[in-house]
Design a protein around this ligand. Sequence first.
Ligand code: SF4
Ligand code: SF4
Ligand code: FES
Length: 279
Amino acid sequence: MTSPTPVSQDSAKHELGAERSVYFRIKRCDGPGKATRWERFKVKVTRGEGANVLACLERIAANPVTADGAKTTPVVWDAGCLEEVCGACTMNVNGKVRQACSCLIDTCAPNDGDEVVLEPMQKFPIVRDLWVDRSRMFETLKRVKAWTPIDGLYATGPGPKETPERQQERYIYSTCMTCGCCLEACPQFQQEPDASKWDTSFVGANAIGQVQLFNEHPTAKELAPERLDAMTAAGGVSECGNAQNCVKVCPKEIPLTDAIAAVGRAATIHGIKRFFQGK
Ligand code: SF4
Ligand code: SF4
Ligand code: FES
């Protein structure tokens, strides 16, 4: 009779249900203009429980004590949907911008004692710790008129017909959650603390994707000339340097470089038309 193979401590920690420790090194800041500091926390996770980064932040908030045993304040972060739809929890995890809610610990820190580094996005003003203010993105959506003009006091009847194939082509752009990953990765998009300059600063890839979405929409294309005015003005599509970082980091795999190319072509034609119209 053969004796059972001894289970090493290491392999036991890789079994489903095994408890292990993960360290979090977190870049902290008490508010706008305040100094930053790093703090390290130890969090217990159970393999296979499906814990994500946000679940671990909740455990830290429930017991805000550093790995060295020093009492501190709970780490602050933003979140909403908890299912990669709202974009609120976007942060840099181990140097890569992504949503904390869909970042599973068993994947990003698979071994006992692994460390996860959390930093806020750098291209947006800090609110506190991992929470940033993404207002500029929403202001930019207003600047490019990213909506369908259907408001009215009376029924306007059915909209124009289109094929399911055309709808499907546009659909991917509608999955944008204004998370900011594409802007965090873009060398052309810089933090602009002065809100009065947002109207002339580079709009960024997500807004260009929304211009493509709405300019291709049978009803929303009514505002296409105004959107293209924004695209040909300061901060428009011509400021894209084509580094293509945006498309690599978009969690929704939106074909941002296709949108940039299509909107760039449309903006050029629009600019020539405006020239001959003397506008
Ligand atoms: S392709 Fe344009 S928008 Fe995308 S990262 Fe590069 S410069 Fe930014
Ligand atoms: S285009 Fe992608 S990366 Fe950019 S805001 Fe939308 S979902 Fe996020
Ligand atoms: S909480 Fe909404 S995307 Fe993470």
